[in-house]
Every structure is written in structure tokens, then in C-alpha cells.
Design a protein around this ligand. Structure first.
Ligand code: SF4
Length: 442
């Protein structure tokens, strides 16, 4: 293991509380993002690490945040965690060191057997994100490369063992996809999933499979219609929102919010007397508080509820993601500290309208120019900040005339790694050089 790789791994653990187990996967999903990467991007397979190395790595975990397994957060490719044969042993090691920290595991579920699940039960608090995708064996075989249906049994076993889990489905457009989606959502609803996420597939310009390119509006309507018929919260991601009202999109069955009597469609106005400014704000304020007093509106009538829960424990409230006001405050602090009077803020295509609207609404006196960056490097429908490249930023900023009109460019930190390089290895400093304007990452 070379030092640079080990540093990258330690950064992943210490910055994101992610413990990477393996880049290998036993599936071959048609929508897997690892297959659609253009040449020249810097992503890394995780080298094999001994149990001893994992033991050392556990010192870098923040015990005040949940520990994440199987989710990509840096340039390290995440595969199926249970492809690593000693994954359960590593989980036991984590639990021994961090006794009460929640562990969240994302898995395709195909390699978990009853023995593994009974060990997981002893390691609670654990939450599983089960990427189930589809029920029908023929569809699983054709589109996931899964020869069996073990993942379906895993959902049932998790439910029987009362291990909390969320189901997820990547939506793609094969024949009868609407029926399959309905069947899978209904199965997850009846099999005890806390929430069901339907994911609109991202694809790059290299994607040749037309089934992956679903129409978002059509998918939204199908998911919305199915969601109305079941009690488990069903959320389509990425979400499209037109306002920042903290309207509840779902409540997990038997959760603290459910027991408090909060319902889908209620709007949260204040938490512990503090007005909320977005869904993310409401979610975070409730999450952070012990027994928060929540002021809501239902059918135009205000009312109050106390949600009995511990600090940082889940309330069971489900919202679509809109905007994080703390991130917006970090932008404002960067502008203030630079004494900028004509700031430009770089945004992804996906977040552009929300960030533009929020900043203009809450900070009109700053006269912020919001720059939407088209992702030409990946192409397709890739529109998130994490995959933005320096070249794309320079091109869009030039189009918006940033070099002439702005005295500061604020860019999303998430587009860069811990050394300040984008996914193609270019340093963020190149933006400042090309535009002749200082830049700040937030
Ligand atoms: S299960 Fe996940 S990592 Fe494995 S092929 Fe499918 S999408 Fe890729």
C-alpha cells in the first residue's frame, strides 16, 4: 500500500467517517456509475488492507457521528462491502471500539445470510440501506447481473430480525418498468422498510443503454401515484422543489414523529421557537435536539407537538432535500472575510435554481452573481457539484463574464479532493489563474 493511497484512505475515514472495505462487487448493474467514467478521471480501487490496518484506522473515526460503510464519499470506488469475506469481523472490531455509534451499511444484500444477519443484530445500532432495485428474477439477472434472488430474502430476514433498513431502487426504463417499480415498492412496504428511495439514474455521455435514460417528469408522476397508495415514505431522488417550505414528505411508521402524531403534508414552521428556513434546516434542527417542540401547520391551522427523542437520534421525519442554510452561511462568511463587493458563486446545474433563489431571497444586499456550470466533461445528465471539473467551471464563468464583473469566485469544496484537485486532477487554483479573480472553496 503506497503512502498516497493510505493518506487518501485515512482522509476518507477522518473527514467523512466512511470506512471503505472493498472496491469489488459481485453484481454488474447496467447503471453502475463506475462503467461510465470518461478517460482521464482520478478514481481509485481500494487496495487490500489487513485487519491490523483496520484496527489502526478506527482511531480516526469521529465517535459523535454515524459510521458509514459501502457509500462513496471520495475518489475511492466503493463496491459491495460483503464481498470482503471478513466484513463482519471488521464490523465487530468497529463495534468493540465504538460501542454506541450508529453504523450505516449500504449493500446489495446478496451476500448476507441468516448467520451474518444474526451477528448484525448483536451489533446494533445498525441501519441498512438495501439496494434491492427489482423483485423479478429475470429483471435482476438482465439488468443487475444477479443470478439469484438472495437480496429479496435479505429484506425479509432484516424485517424478521427487526434490523432497521431502507430500500432503494434505481429506476430504469425496460419494458413494464412501471409494473416492476410498483411491485418492488409494494414488496418493500409490506416487508418493513422504513423508507423507500427511488433514484433517477445519472448517466454520462458514454452511456449507450437507452433504457437508462428515463424521463424525470414521467418517473416523478409514477412514483407519486404509487407513494399515495402506501404508508411507507417513498422519495424520488434527486428531488425537485419549487419552494423552501418545510413540508413533511413522509413519516416512518412507529417513529418518534409518528408517535407524536405528525403526518405527511404537515408543514414545520418553528423548532424550539426558532423559525426554520428550509426542509434541510427543519430536519437538522429536529435531529440535533432532545425532545424538540415543533410548531406546525396542517390545513391552515397551527398546532404544536413534542417529538420524544434523544439528541442526534432519528425523528422519523422524511423530507425532500432542498437547501442547507449552513452551507449558504459559509458562502456569506467567505464573501465577508474577503471583503468582496461583487461576488460570484459557482453552482452545479442541479442546485442552481435553489441556490440562486435562496441567496437572492435571504441575502439580497450582497448582489451575488450565481454561475450555473454545465458539466461538459461527463455530459449526459450529470449535473451534481461533486463531479464538476475545473475546465467546465472556467468555461461557464467566462460565459457569465465573471473576470470582468466579479472580485471573488466562491466554489463548492465538494468538487475537489483533500489536495484541492478536481476529478481530472486539475488544481482549483487554475480557476483563479484563468479568470484573474481570487477563489475560495466552501
Ligand atoms: S451493486 Fe452497486 S457497485 Fe455493484 S455493480 Fe451494482 S451499482 Fe455497481
Amino acid at each position: 500500500l503506497v503512502k498516497a493511497d493510505y493518506n487518501r484512505i485515512l482522509y476518507t475515514v477522518s473527514r467523512h467517517n466512511v470506512v471503505p472495505l472493498t472496491s469489488a462487487c459481485n453484481f454488474d448493474c447496467v447503471f453502475c456509475s463506475h462503467k461510465q467514467n470518461p478517460q482521464g478521471i482520478e478514481v481509485f480501487d481500494l487496495p487490500h488492507m489487513s485487519l491490523e490496518m483496520y484496527r489502526d484506522m478506527l482511531d480516526y473515526i469521529d465517535p459523535n457521528q454515524k459510521i458509514v460503510i459501502g457509500e462513496s464519499s471520495t475518489r475511492i470506488i466503493e463496491g459491495e462491502p460483503f464481498c470482503r469475506k471478513d466484513a463482519i469481523e471488521i464490523l465487530c472490531m468497529i463495534r468493540k471500539k465504538h460501542r454506541r455509534v450508529p453504523i450505516m451499511i449500504t449493500t446489495n444484500g446478496s451476500l448476507l445470510d441468516s448467520e451474518g444477519i444474526s451477528v448484525l443484530k448483536k451489533l446494533m445500532p445498525i441501519e441498512i440501506n438495501l439496494s434491492l432495485n427489482y423483485l423479478s428474477q429475470s429483471i435482476r439477472k438482465a439488468f443487475l447481473g444477479d443470478p439469484g434472488a438472495k437480496a429479496v430474502e435479505t429484506a425479509l430476514m432484516l424485517s424478521r430480525c427487526r434490523i432497521p433498513y431502507n430500500g432503494s431502487i434505481v429506476a430504469i426504463g425496460f419494458d413494464d418498468w412501471r409494473d416492476e417499480l410498483r411491485k418492488t415498492i409494494s414488496f418493500l412496504d409490506k416487508s418493513g422498510a422504513m423508507t423507500i428511495r427511488v433514484l433517477y439514474t445519472g448517466y454520462s455521455k458514454l452511456c449507450r443503454r437507452s433504457c437508462i435514460k428515463l424521463d424525470y417528469t414521467e418517473l416523478y408522476n409514477v412514483v407519486d401515484n404509487i407513494g399515495r397508495l402506501i404508508s411507507t415514505p417513498v422519495i424520488l431522488e434527486p428531488a425537485q422543489v419549487s419552494n423552501f417550505d418545510a413540508q413533511v414528505d413522509g413519516v416512518v411508521h412507529s417513529s418518534p414523529a409518528d408517535k407524536a402524531g405528525i403526518k405527511n403534508g404537515d408543514q414545520i414552521i418553528r423548532v424550539n421557537g426558532i423559525p426554520v428556513v428550509s426542509r434541510v434546516d427543519a430536519f437538522n434542527r429536529v435531529l440535533m435536539a432532545k425532545d424538540p417542540l415543533v410548531e406546525l401547520v396542517r390545513d391552515g391551522r397551527p398546532f404544536e407537538k413534542v417529538i420524544n427523542k434523544d439528541r442526534w437520534s432519528s425523528s422519523g421525519l422524511v423530507f425532500r432535500y432542498d437547501i442547507d442554510p449552513q452551507q449558504m452561511q459559509r458562502i456569506i462568511r467567505a464573501i465577508d472575510s474577503s471583503r468582496s463587493v461583487h461576488p460570484a458563486v459557482i453552482t452545479s446545474t442541479m442546485a442552481y435554481s435553489k441556490i440562486d433563489k435562496f441567496l437572492k431571497m435571504r441575502y439580497p444586499e450582497y448582489g451575488i452573481k450565481t454561475v450555473k456550470v454545465e458539466n461538459r466533461f461527463f455530459g449526459g445528465n450529470i449535473a451534481c457539484a461533486g463531479l464538476m471539473t475545473v475546465e467546465d467551471i472556467i468555461e461557464s464563468a467566462a460565459f457569465y463574464g465573471v473576470s470582468v464583473t466579479s472580485d471573488l469566485v466562491v466554489m463548492p469544496h465538494i468538487a475537489f479532493d483533500h489536495t484541492g484537485r478536481d476529478i481530472t486532477g486539475e488544481s482549483y487554483n487554475k480557476v483563479a489563474d484563468a479568470l484573474g479573480v481570487p477563489v475560495q472553496l466552501v
